[in-house]
Write a new protein. Structure first.
Length: 256
């Protein structure tokens, strides 16, 4: 087949593929997107939450799925430990979960579904920051609501299964190094999706770490500064009577 006929055949074979083929012919190298990053929300923690908190989980899962669906480069999103959640805590699951097309539903917990050397548990209690995304790893998020703080749960689970445990590098890249480290499931998914799509850690966190977290630290800092000034004023006031009495005593001795 002549080159001109080959090009014509390639363009005519599929209207959708016209632009990518033209790009490949122009550059000589076809652009291959990276493999989708595996991210799992593990729902093994229903017993640690109140019913209202479990209902909040369902809402967050809805938002995670919606955000990922709209992403230019979606995550390979998994929901794990569904057998236990369906049996004991159905209120933690979105009603439409079973008809969602762009996710993977897993009955077993993440720790049972993947090998321990494949898993990276994400925990704010971890010592090691996640600085580079590894496409060969599965990043597992504990299914807690953001207002339910369970110190050390996911870290201990990682240790007991010999899996890795890392934290998002908030100290290193957030607008404040002391920003509140416990993020919502949605915020973690959004940050990972942004990184997968080519963002920097700094830009991802600027976009998706809630502004209220930064403002909370600013208010705390302001209150500490106000308290420090109050203490300084109190200390000066307590010293003034002592200085006055010392001066008065000195004057009296001179008169005598």
């Amino acid at each position: 087949m002549m080159w001109a006929q080959m090009v014509k055949h390639l363009f005519a074979s599929s209207p959708r593929s016209a632009a990518p083929v033209a790009c490949a012919l122009h550059s000589g190298v076809a652009s291959t997107p990276p493999p989708p990053l595996k991210v799992a929300v593990d729902l093994s923690f229903g017993s640690l939450m109140l019913p209202v908190e479990r209902r909040s989980i369902a809402k967050q899962l809805n938002r995670c799925y919606g955000h990922n669906n709209k992403a230019g480069l979606p995550l390979d999103l998994h929901f794990t430990a569904l057998n236990e959640a369906r049996l004991q805590y159905p209120e933690s699951l979105p009603q439409a979960l079973d008809v969602w097309k762009h996710c993977t539903r897993v009955g077993a917990p993440a720790a049972d579904h993947w090998q321990s050397d494949e898993i990276v548990w994400l925990s704010p209690d971890a010592d090691e920051p996640l600085l580079e995304i590894d496409p060969a790893s599965v990043y597992v998020i504990g299914g807690f609501v953001d207002r339910t703080i369970k110190p050390g749960v996911t870290k201990r689970l990682a240790q007991s299964s010999s899996a890795r445990c890392q934290r998002l590098p908030l100290r290193e890249f957030a607008s404040r190094s002391d920003v509140h480290p416990v993020l919502s499931i949605l915020a973690v998914v959004q940050i990972l999706e942004a990184m997968h799509s080519g963002s920097s850690w700094q830009d991802a966190m600027t976009t998706y770490v809630p502004g209220r977290f930064v403002k909370r630290r600013e208010r705390e800092e302001q209150k500490r500064e106000e308290r420090r000034r109050e203490l300084e004023v109190q200390q000066r006031q307590s010293e003034e009577p002592h200085e006055s009495s010392t001066r008065a005593a000195g004057t009296g001795s001179e008169v005598i």
